[in-house]
Design a binder for this molecule. Sequence first.
Ligand code: NDP
Length: 449
Amino acid sequence: MNNASTELKHFMSGLRKRNPGEAEFHQAVEEVAMSLMPFILDHEKYYKARILERLTEPDRIIIFRVCWEDDLGNLRVNRGYRVQFSNCIGPYKGGLRFHPSVSLSILKFLGFEQIFKNSLTTLPLGGGKGGANFNPKGKSDREVMRFCQSFMTELTRHIGADIDIPAGDIGVGAREIGYLYGQFKRLNNRHTGAITGKGFDYGGSLMRPEATGYGCVYMMREALSHEGDDLENKSCLVSGSGNVAQFCAEKLIQLGARVLTMSDSGGTIYDPDGINEDKLMWIKELKNSRRGRIVEYAKQFPSAEYLEGKRPWAIPANLAFPCATQNEIEADDAKALISNSCRAVCEGANMPSTKEAIDLLQAAKVTFVPGKAANAGGVAVSGLEMTQNSMRIHWSAEEVDQRLLGIMQNIHRKCVKYGNDGDYIDYVKGANVAAFSKIADTMLAYGVI
Ligand code: NDP
């Protein structure tokens, strides 16, 4: 049998040919394939069954027109997508992203990552992702509602509580989920758990808004504890100021760490005094109600500096939590983190670090926990929301939080089990191998389908 690097080259060249121009998808697959190839070559049954080739081809992709009317009566047209990647271990599950940058490549990378992430949670969830190249920024509530209704009018025929269960992601928060679920319910005349992230009053789970950010901090705490350390007084860089970033910052503050930064696509605020609970509450109101820009923080709190067009990574700190978007830590950012002695990076966002950045961080022995492990808390609590919907009950916030913590600890254990390279835990390898084994064995059980 060929060696791993020859096999990887051959596999990636085929994947690039089959999926031309899909840079983000290539990047996500390569990261997984690099750590899996030696494992696959050691297990001939996976190699012979072409598991990786099959797993990188989505079950199906749905692309559709979304036509809606803006407040001035102009007709607008966007493109909607749902990538149903794999329902091997459960119904398709993954968020919807509304952002002008949405493309098939981005949704395929996200859907592919989601298969592995969902497997790690131990819940019976397959992988999918969807969205549209629609920009909710600057739109009125009624425009967003009309868009969501039109989007769901098509999507509804492809989803369902046992088929495919979308949730939120960038640009899809509580408001959008309300409009999407309202339309789903109206079209189907049924109240089922076909979407997660719902408001508590109509079937949502307590702690779902908090889950991704809190889970990311729980994961960092586990990683530090494995090295005999904790979060107390650690200075932290957080990027983003949306759902994941807000609750990541909140849990860090609660656990005694100091949050120095948050950001949006305009720039970064750096507050050397630390963002405390009151300041964070102000940010939540700014972002969630007024839908304002993070620059306003520096006007409100004179202790802070606004770094226009900049990311947080050049600021000296102990820990980094990228919670905004893909490829926001590039090689130069990684070098800055390393030269400032940052000791750990825990990814709240999906694929926020480029391959070059990951290589540099790992070579410098910076603890690096990839998104598919570190941000799995969100989909895990979505899975718990589905369970509560099926059982027609609500668990208390404490109960959901305990389950979330248990799931994150379990993911950490699996990463250590499969990624322990002696003096360094390779969380990328650990997460990929642990997630893959379960999916691959299930695919073997199904035979050739
Ligand atoms: P939100 O839309 O709530 O927030 C996104 C944040 O990232 C905003 O501050 C936004 O700034 C910033 N951002 C978006 N695009 C860019 C960009 N190109 N450059 C710089 N900043 C940018 O999204 P979420 O918090 O839900 O998601 C953040 C990340 O976490 C995504 O990678 C998502 O896939 C991932 N994730 C989310 C989960 C969830 O439960 N919500 C679960 C697991 C992963 P601006 O307002 O200026 O656009």
